[in-house]
Ligand binder design. Structure first.
Ligand code: IPD
Ligand code: CA
Ligand code: CA
Length: 269
């Protein structure tokens, strides 16, 4: 993507995300037509589907050479990240969308030849857009977000973490995770990976970690967190393969190695 195309793609994506947000607001009071997917708590609504269909049709009409990797089936089947790929979660935090009517976001990461170029996370209810372009910084509603340059120690950190990983599970030793929770100052669970990335970028949480997420949960967040100097890897401390499900640690650079080596790697099953 050359520099001019990147700017126009960014502006276009912003316009579509605001339009999609308005459409979601108009439908939020239902009927939502709630269905389950992999398990009874894995939910999807007609609004998730129609929002993704909206983006897919806009992208295909405007940028026929671009490809789409997305959650609800309107994307392409991809086995490489060559060219320009829109990685879309139409509603991240569907359970919150259904039960709380807040704390959900539209998440769009735009990658070119595997490199995250643009990230957009739109908290529809709060009307807050987190955005970033690679090497141009991150913004919250157009206002630049400061770099994460204040030091933070693990024992003063607030971490985003789902309670799943503190209970017996097949991916990580819950005792090791309980040790991490006892070490840090506090934990939070917001129920939207995209918003948790945004909060790390904003510096209101120092890190977010989870044992399994899909590319559309994190594609935008990675770009935004990168731009403020945060680090995102898998639990081994390696770069994330954006074509696969992965464990994820996104955080302030000061606490990355300790969480990865002393907890993630030790606890991995
Ligand atoms: C989910 C949310 C949630 C995370 C789940 C994701 P969805 O996405 O990001 O916070 O814990 O693993 O699947 O299903 O609401 O798009
Ligand atoms: Ca998601
Ligand atoms: Ca989703």
């Amino acid at each position: 993507m050359d520099i001019n195309q990147k700017e126009s793609v960014y502006q276009q994506a912003k316009e579509w995300i605001y339009e999609a947000g308005e459409e979601i607001l108009s439908k939020i009071n239902g009927p939502l037509d709630i269905q389950t997917k992999s398990n009874p708590n894995d939910l999807v609504t007609a609004v998730d589907s129609s929002t993704e269909a909206y983006f897919a049709s806009k992208i295909r009409n405007t940028y026929p050479s671009h490809r789409i990797l997305s959650e609800e089936g309107y994307g392409d089947r991809l086995d490489t990240l060559e060219g320009t790929v829109w990685i879309i979660d139409p509603i991240d935090g569907t359970m919150n969308f259904i039960h709380q009517k807040r704390n959900f976001a539209i998440s769009i990461g735009i990658y070119h030849d595997g490199v995250g170029e643009i990230g957009l996370i739109y908290d529809v209810i709060a009307d807050v857009l987190y955005s970033a372009k690679r090497n141009e910084g991150a913004k919250k509603n157009g206002v630049p977000l400061p770099k994460l340059d204040k030091g933070v120690n693990l024992n003063e950190a607030i971490l985003g973490l789902n309670h799943f990983w503190l209970c017996e599970n097949r991916l990580v030793d819950e005792k090791v995770m309980q040790g991490l929770v006892k070490t840090v100052r506090g934990t939070r669970t917001y129920g939207s990976a995209a918003l948790e990335f945004a909060y790390v970028a904003e510096g209101i949480m120092d890190g977010y970690l989870t044992m399994q997420l899909s590319p559309w949960d994190i594609a935008a967040g990675i770009v935004i967190v990168n731009e403020v100097g945060g680090i995102t890897t898998n639990m081994e401390g390696e770069p994330i393969n954006m074509l696969l499900k992965s464990s994820v640690l996104t955080c302030h650079p000061n606490i990355h190695d300790s969480i990865s080596k002393d907890y993630f790697k030790k606890g991995k099953k």
